[in-house]
Design a protein around this ligand. Structure first.
Ligand SMILES: [Zn+2]
Length: 270
């Protein structure tokens, strides 16, 4: 394992790029990382930035770093967008299994803004062709991502909104690993494909159960243990698969407060 979770700049190569807090890149061997280090570029994207729309050519692979989190959203014919996957520093978005530039199926949108490392899909293809171990790591990640999507399908079909809300908050906390996670109640409602008033009631129920705290428009995970009791176990099953297939890559959010800040006004009632 390389410099997983190291701050940007630590272990940097000649162009100043390191794995930048992306665990998947951090899991590459030094010699494999050297194949792409020179063509990785760091960018920052705010919440709401769209990386791909359905049908657009996927020309770029994005690696969320630090607290950045990206969602895959499937667009329905009535205009709704349903989240089917949350990708943070354990993974990558776009061009993982495909060769060349294929059209995106889902919208990829930044949920929680932060730094991303970007790489041209053709450069990743060249690196895969040059290194079986690099190719193997991305194949393993593709397997984990597929497992995550499988679990998401089952979760959406079988588990309650309350369980899914608790699961989403824990998944976001795991990935950001930060005390301050910025999202609006509207985002949370959209991610779970429910109305804002409904999600407000769910949050109040989580608060009454002692899992979260709300104060001045902030939502803080007061007790991850309590939240876990109220969540389905879908995160745990996905984590177990990651640990089996790509040990050490799935983030655990340990050592952080898990506070959530609401950015569009006092959406969570005190
Ligand atoms: Zn579930």
């Amino acid at each position: 394992m390389r410099d997983i979770d190291s701050p940007e700049g630590t272990g940097a190569g000649t162009n100043g790029i390191s794995s930048g807090g992306n665990n998947l890149l951090g899991a590459l061997r030094e010699t494999d990382f050297a194949l792409i280090r020179g063509v990785l570029r760091r960018i920052d994207r705010p919440a709401g930035a769209v990386l791909y729309e359905p049908g657009e050519d996927v020309r770029t692979v994005y690696f969320p770093c630090a607290q950045a989190v990206v969602s895959f959203m499937v667009l329905l014919e009535d205009g709704r967008a349903v989240e089917i996957g949350l990708i943070g520093r354990e993974g990558a978005v776009g061009g993982i299994v495909s060769q060349g530039r294929l059209p995106a199926y889902a919208r990829a949108v930044v949920q929680i803004g932060g730094p991303l490392l970007r790489l041209d899909v053709g450069e990743l293809d060249r690196a895969k062709a040059a290194s079986p171990t690099l190719r193997n790591l991305f194949a393993r990640y593709a397997d984990c991502l597929l497992a995550q999507i499988f679990q998401s399908v089952a979760c959406n079909a079988a588990h309650s909104i309350e369980q899914r809300t608790a699961k989403w908050l824990l998944a976001a906390r795991d990935r950001t690993g930060e005390a301050d996670l910025r999202l609006t109640q509207e985002q949370l409602a959209a991610n779970l494909a429910v109305g804002r008033s409904y999600i407000g009631r769910v949050v109040q129920a989580l608060r009454a159960a002692g899992a979260v705290e709300t104060r001045r428009g902030r939502l803080r995970i007061g007790s991850p243990e309590r939240l876990r009791e109220l969540s389905c176990n879908c995160n745990d099953l996905v984590r177990r698969h990651f640990d089996d297939v790509l040990g050490g890559v799935y983030p655990n959010g340990n050592g952080h407060g898990g506070g959530l800040i609401v950015t569009n006004g006092p959406l969570f009632r005190p």
